[in-house]
Ligand binder design. Structure first.
Ligand code: FES
Length: 357
């Protein structure tokens, strides 16, 4: 056997000892690798539904009753949405609609939840198993084992066998989205195609510009240099239905600048009146009201995401996420000196999304 020349130590024995030392990490060498004994499973206790067929039947009845209750909740939500319509805009109508519609949705969802939990806790198999970790793989044996797991789960849960429960659950899950379909349908305008509605506002040729919210018409002489007015079309304040929808499209900001500061493009030279310009107040980013006017720079600022528009250059975007200028409302004055619109906006107001139609 080879020996170290100086110490005379057996080299093979020294090498083996070194290899053993390598296996034990110095940092964890003092830690007991398994300080607690595995206590194993506690003794299995059968549920009443495992031992008493009557209780099992009762649990089964409870589960499918809950699923049927969910169906009733969904149908009630749909019915409540129609029985308590929000048509007048009266807060009482809104409260009643929300309350009864919400009760239906809550019942539908809660009953599915309680039914599923009760099914799992009282009727599905409660055998405890150890699922050892194994290599991730997709060999035919593994796939066959996975298929068997599903088959066993089906057998133990009784999903195929307990057809009343299964069918009532399927019915409840199918019925549950119905209230959402009805509610979202209700957001669309009734008996009208929505796209043209988005293209047009209340502004027409000759509509007077009026103060928001009083509705008082504005004379050109009222608009002093550097001032900014929040404007609505005359007549909007008196509308009985759809006032908010119309205002959301037609709101305008009115400002007076030195006419020499304006740089209109060809064809838009007469859209302003003596330095007075009107621009849509609805931000072209995602529709917030652009309500901050900086008089010195002639910039409009949208407080939502800080888009800035330069009104000396037709409200061009100079900063922020907005992608197109604010639409300009062409204006002039009538015989009495009141500011009036020359026409509706010539492009859709609001987020650029609508322009893509
Ligand atoms: S909505 Fe105006 S910047 Fe986003």
């Amino acid at each position: 056997m080879a020996q170290d020349e100086k110490s005379g130590t057996d080299i093979a024995a020294a090498g083996s000892s070194h290899a053993e030392h390598e296996l034990v990490n110095a940092g964890t060498a003092v830690i007991d690798p398994d300080p607690f004994e595995n206590p194993g499973f506690p003794p299995h206790r059968h549920r009443v539904t495992d031992e008493n067929p009557k209780r099992e039947k009762r649990a089964q009845r409870t589960v499918y009753t809950l699923f049927y209750l969910s169906i009733v909740g969904s149908i009630w939500a749909v019915a409540a949405y129609m029985l308590f319509p929000i048509e007048s805009g009266d807060p009482t109508d809104i409260r009643l609609n929300n309350m009864f519609f919400g009760i239906g949705c809550a019942l539908a969802l809660l009953a599915i939840g309680f039914g599923a939990v009760h099914w799992a806790k009282s009727l599905m198999s409660d055998v405890e198993q150890v699922d050892e970790r194994h290599e991730i793989g997709g060999s035919p044996e593994t796939q066959a084992a996975a298929a068997k797991v599903f088959a066993d789960a089906d057998e133990e849960s009784g999903f195929s066998r307990r057809s009343v429960i299964r069918n009532s659950l399927i019915g409840a899950l199918l019925a549950f989205p119905l209230p959402a379909v009805v509610a979202f349908r209700g957001l669309a305008p009734q008996d009208q195609i929505p796209v043209p509605l988005l293209y047009h506002t209340m502004w027409r040729k000759g509509t007077r510009l009026a103060l928001d919210p009083s509705g008082a018409p504005i004379k050109a002489s009222d608009v002093t240099m550097g001032s900014a007015f929040h404007v609505i079309p005359e007549g909007l304040a008196e509308l009985e239905h759809g006032k908010l929808e119309e205002k959301a499209k037609a709101a305008v900001l009115l400002m007076r600048l030195d006419p020499n500061d304006l740089h209109p493009s060809p064809g838009r030279e007469d859209w302003a009146y003596d330095g007075i310009v009107a621009y849509s107040k609805i931000c072209t980013h995602v529709g917030c009201p652009v309500a901050l006017y900086e008089q010195h720079t002639h910039h409009l600022l949208c407080p939502c995401h800080q888009s800035q528009f330069d009104i000396t250059h037709e409200a061009a975007v100079i900063f922020g996420p907005a992608k197109r200028p604010l639409p300009q409302l062409p204006i002039t004055v009538d015989d009495e000196g009141y500011l009036v619109a020359r026409s509706d906006f010539t492009e859709p107001v609001g987020p650029s999304f609508w322009e893509r139609h």
